[in-house]
Design a protein around this ligand. Sequence first.
Ligand code: PEP
Ligand code: MN
Length: 263
Amino acid sequence: LVSRKKQPEDTVITVKGVEFGGGRPILIAGPCSVESYEQVRSVAENHVKRGLRVLRGGAYKPRTSPYDFQGLGVEGLEILKRIGDEFNLVTISEIVNPADLELATRYIDVIQIGARNMQNFELLKAAGRINHPILLKRGLSATIEEFIYAAEYILSEGNKQVMLCERGIRTYEKATRNTLDISAVPLLKQETHLPVFVDVTHSTGRRDLLLPTAKAGLAVGADGVMIEVHPDPDVALSDAKQQVNIPQFNHILDELLASGLYK
Ligand code: PEP
Ligand code: MN
């Protein structure tokens, strides 16, 4: 069902007037974790000033260590709902438990399935049974074929509103957090009709590589880029090292606009 051979034309997913995969690149930005109303609000205010429409923020955080911040849960979803309504922003947040999907549809506009859950088949099937846009991230060690099959799981249950996100894979390279597989973008665009995004924060894990990799992603045909931005990254409860602050984020945005790759 995801195959370009079955459907030659691009899938376009429209949410609150924002077209994902509609030809104009989309910047998905926001903090790694939703930490407070004020924190998300600072980012949202900047979004409105800069004409951005899509806000991300994690409420359920799949952390490597059980002792790390696990997210605010429903309280985080409530914050996103309030700010999404207040600023007319499309909100994206990860859901990790099939039992939370139905509830999440009432709070957020796009449900993210994270890298660690790309092959959580019960979650994929449950996501296929709701009528809500899904952003599916590539697994840490997933091949392109496995990634495509994961998307197929969702579509096969009826939900056709699926977007893909390359977020870096595990290799022997230690200079970056993961290795951004840039060729995945044109490959996924050729093989499937789904919108394809590039997450430059989790793939590189390096602030100094966000801009060049964002440009690279857009240059090879990504439908948009995901970047994590936090009002004060030094005190962030997750991904403190690679989130950018608002001025740094605005600089990246200015440079992307100047490059002509992002409009
Ligand atoms: C995220 O986007 O918040 C996240 C945890 O990313 P990933 O699943 O790609 O690691
Ligand atoms: Mn993060």
